[in-house]
Design a protein around this ligand. Structure first.
Ligand code: BCO
Length: 565
């Protein structure tokens, strides 16, 4: 794609008088959200103009490397031209129109960023998914969302083809691959001949922009919907004060394209600040490749899950001379004080933890320049008023454990998700009195620092993923060996916690070799649902603890795992 960049200037960028300072004022609550907002038109195209006038230093907006010699470097101007071409592909011949939902299941390839921006330009609702999704996951997502379009890579195509006949709403399938495939439109071919003339749709700031699927204790993942304003303006202060980015910075955020952390760290927060987003495709995560990359490329800012840092501190880090690394961030799961200390000792760099959720973005963080209390996830960040509340919605005093909650007064913050689509009951359940409740438990100390305690429900937080036990139990029950199961978290030195399944076996399997059966069940789960959810520990039991009404008591098993009474 890099070679096909047209040097002529973009068509009709609609520049509004919306500055970074305006966005910051909105984040602080000092200014209302504008009626209309489109990140591509109002932010990205402004940076393209600043490149032309020299107000932004020369340097890429997106710098992608494959790890096998291929490289793409796009300025904001080039990103503008190319994403306009992509927008034209989606609109025609893709036949997709404003408000249509589009599932985008791509690995970390440059096209993911193009399609993302193209969806903003055309007003399509972007629905990212990890390439670990299986046919069953894809079917659920396409049907639940009534997606009209799908953009996928070759590795995902067979899973899509296996279920597409059950998705009557899906009318467009675009394949991102150098090869064509029957039944698919070729994104690459259409892109080559697409026009670079496209004016962004004048989207409303509260108009739906993206849907993220999130796991809960019960049922299938929910569809958390975000607006153009919540994503495109909501991360301004986070980009400046947590990520500490300037236009001269280059950030590498490792998150998979399927998670909101990719939107935060690899799209909105960096590009609001005019910084460069660095991407290493890295099909399979490898700590050595990560360290080599930091010594090869001028990455100033690194963001990855605590599990990654836990893996990195096991290496001899003093052997590595990082080229320009100056600021390190982490989030998605709790960071141990000990890992922070080891990273600091070996690299001289602090780890700045952020805590957040798909629904509301970053809630607490150790901002640059703030004193860090090891083990704490920092203080509440704007635009949020973060409190610890009790079961009746009352604010608890410092030092008291309760649920982490965000004030809905004087108004629901604009950076919140708008709703769980088609699920008013679950949307309403996130509110308690004047607060949005996170479902996480914590403590606020007398200095205003927050300390994570754990989930208030059965959701498992492992390697930065949030996994609903029900999804794993549903996968296990499809295996003939499983009569019933209970899935809970279990401690793990590298991944923080892992998924553990307690399994009651059916009679024919009771005499099976436990190790072999464990492997079989693990493979089975990896095939039925996204592999990152598979139980890394399995224990076979005669029966599960239950309430008098027959409900499985996961808490008893979880307490047992964690050595709690
Ligand atoms: O460990 P195993 O090898 O036994 O299993 C791994 C993979 O090998 C396997 N797998 C992957 N694709 C497969 C497959 N198996 C079969 N077929 C396939 N197609 O499944 C297991 C996946 O586990 P993993 O993803 O944890 O892999 P890995 O390589 O150990 O990666 C480690 C991490 C730390 C890089 C990875 O876990 C990770 O990226 N974690 C971060 C997740 C994240 O970004 N979370 C943020 C969510 S958004 C948020 O928190 C909101 C904040 C505001």
């Amino acid at each position: 794609l890099g070679r096909s960049v047209c040097r002529h200037l973009h068509a009709g960028p609609r520049l509004r008088a919306l500055s970074l300072a305006d966005c910051e004022a909105m984040n602080r609550g000092d200014r209302p959200l504008p009626e209309r907002f489109n990140f591509a038109g109002d932010v990205l195209d402004q940076w393209a103009r600043k490149e032309e006038t020299g107000e932004r230093p020369a340097g890429p907006a997106l710098w992608w490397v494959s790890g096998q010699g291929a490289e793409v470097k796009w300025s904001f101007g080039e990103l503008g031209t190319l994403s306009r071409k992509a927008a034209n592909v989606l609109a025609q011949p893709g036949g997709l129109a404003r408000g249509d939902r589009v599932a985008v299941i791509l690995p970390r390839v440059p096209e993911w960023w193009l399609v993302n921006v193209a969806c903003m330009r055309t007003g399509l609702v972007f629905m990212p998914g990890t390439t670990q999704l299986t046919a069953k996951d894809i079917l659920y997502r396409l049907r639940a969302s009534k997606a009209k379009g799908l953009v996928a890579s070759e590795e995902v195509a067979p899973a899509v083809e296996a279920v597409v006949s059950e998705c009557p709403d899906l009318k467009t399938k675009l394949l991102v691959s150098p090869r064509s495939r029957p039944g698919w439109l070729s994104f690459q071919e259409l892109f080559q001949c697409a026009s670079a003339e496209h004016g962004p749709v004048d989207t409303g700031s509260r108009e739906p922009a993206a849907i993220y699927f999130t796991s809960g204790t019960t049922g299938s993942p929910k569809m958390a919907q975000h607006s153009h304003g919540s994503l495109g303006i909501g991360y301004t202060l986070c980009g400046r004060h947590w990520l500490d980015l300037k236009p001269s910075d280059t950030i590498w955020n490792l998150s998979d394209t399927g998670w909101i952390k990719a939107a935060i760290g690899s799209v909105f927060a960096p590009w609001l600040q005019g910084a460069c987003v660095f991407v290493h495709q890295m099909a399979q995560f490898d700590p050595d490749t990560l360290l080599d990359t930091l010594t090869t490329y001028p990455i100033t800012t690194l963001c990855c899950a605590p599990t990654v840092y836990r893996m990195l501190v096991q290496k001899d880090l003093e052997r590595y001379q990082f080229l320009q690394l100056r600021h390190c961030l982490t989030g998605g799961e709790p960071l141990n004080a000990e890992v922070r200390e080891q990273w600091k000792r070996q690299t001289g760099l602090d780890l700045h933890e952020g805590y957040g959720q798909t629904e509301v973005g970053i809630i607490c963080a150790n901002l640059k320049g703030q004193d860090i209390k090891p083990g704490s996830m920092g203080k509440g960040v704007l635009p949020y008023d973060v409190q610890i509340i009790d079961e009746d919605g009352n604010i608890l005093p410092a030092g008291k454990e309760g649920e982490i909650a965000l004030s809905l007064k004087p108004a629901r913050p604009f950076s919140f998700f708008s709703e769980y689509v088609d699920n008013p009951g679950k949307t309403a359940a996130t509110e308690r009195g004047d607060f949005y409740v996170t479902g996480d438990r914590g403590v606020k100390d007398s200095d205003g620092y927050f300390w994570f305690v754990g989930r208030a429900d059965d959701v498992i937080i492992t390697s930065g993923y949030r996994i609903g036990p029900f999804e794993v139990e549903s996968a296990l029950i499809e295996h003939p060996a499983v009569v019933e199961s209970a899935v809970v978290s279990s401690p793990d030195p590298v991944r923080g916690e892992v998924v553990k399944a307690f399994v009651v076996l059916s009679a024919p399997y009771k005499s099976s070799d436990p190790e072999q059966l464990t492997r079989e069940l693990q493979e089975h789960v990896k095939n039925v649902t996204a592999p990152y959810k598979y139980p890394r520990k399995v224990e076979f039991v005669e029966q599960l603890p239950k309430t008098i009404t027959g409900k499985i008591k996961r808490n008893v098993l979880r307490d047992q795992e964690w050595g709690r009474t």
